[in-house]
Ligand binder design. Structure first.
Ligand code: F3S
Length: 290
């Protein structure tokens, strides 16, 4: 039996940059806070917590931090996570005089710029993505005026833009590429006046394409990633569509594989914030046990 790791696994550029930023700041000796988990992987967060990094869960936790204005003696450093935050969070950081480093992935920053500009022109913003995901919540916080978040084809079918408004459609960086274009087609068929910017990041696009190809060949597929990781959930969705024996695990402990003798190829893929160490552990386990 062959075990093959998808060639596109490992930290993506944005996650690596964010995690490296935190390790860099730890050296400063300041109290390090991340606004939200720096990435959606519990292993990574646990490791950072063991080094003293604290996670601020939401705006109240940020507001509760002592002001960092000169002379307060408080040496805190807040790191904005790879998923980005709303404009209001930057304002609070400034108002409180807190030192901060912005580790928002540049692909996400680009979306903030687009929605801010387009909504300032009076266009209605449609974000195709998960309304509960921090990235989407952050992006909403850069829209001037109302905006909509649509996640499913059904929602897109039902959506009607406000009278007389042009719509500007963007996507969450980790959205399913094919599904995004399907939703865009719905708008086109309805004849909406829309400008569409595909803001799915290239790392996500490549990973999805490569996972789909591997799942298409494999008899069983293992998808590793955090349960809150949007891009991992999308990989699972894609792989399940290609391979009926697809397993979603966070760590090796979740893996309860039952493989029939006929299995020839097991494929492994992982979300953008899954550490290589974990991928290798899973690979070794499957090699040794089957
Ligand atoms: Fe950035 Fe794409 Fe990774 S948006 S954080 S490079 S998945």
């Amino acid at each position: 039996m062959e075990v093959r790791i998808d060639e596109c696994t490992g930290f993506c550029f944005g996650v690596k940059r964010a995690v490296d930023t935190v390790y860099e700041q730890i050296k400063s000796g300041k109290t390090i806070y991340t606004y939200g988990p720096i990435v959606h992987n519990e292993e990574v967060i646990r490791e950072l917590e063991s080094q003293g990094v604290r996670v601020l869960e939401g705006v109240q936790a940020l507001e509760a931090l002592p002001d960092g204005k000169e002379g307060s003696g408080h040496s805190a450093m807040v790191i904005i996570c790879a998923h980005g935050v709303s404009k209001r969070i930057y304002e609070i950081l400034e108002e409180k005089g807190l030192e901060y480093v912005d580790a928002t992935c540049p692909f996400v920053k680009r979306i903030h710029g687009i929605v801010e500009k387009e909504s300032s022109k009076g266009n209605y913003i449609v974000i195709v993505g998960d309304p509960g995901h921090p990235e989407v919540k952050g992006t909403l916080g850069w829209c001037r005026g109302d905006a909509a978040v649509l996640e499913t084809v059904e929602e897109a079918e039902k959506f009607v833009p406000p009278e007389g408004k042009n719509i500007c459609v963007v996507s969450q960086t980790t959205f399913n590429y094919n599904k995004f274009y399907y939703i865009v087609e719905i708008f086109e068929k309805k004849g909406y006046n829309s400008s569409v910017v595909n803001t799915i990041c290239s790392a996500t696009e490549e990973r999805q394409r490569s996972a789909r190809a591997l799942a298409g060949e494999a008899d069983a597929m293992i998808v590793i990633g955090g349960k809150h990781s949007s891009n991992t959930k999308k990989l699972y969705e894609i792989c399940s569509g290609e391979c009926a024996n697809t397993y979603f695990i966070q760590t090796l402990d979740d893996l309860h594989l039952e493989l029939p003798k006929s299995v020839r190829l097991v494929g492994i893929t992982a979300g953008a914030s899954t550490p290589n160490k974990l991928i290798e552990e899973v690979q070794n386990y499957v090699r040794i046990n089957f």
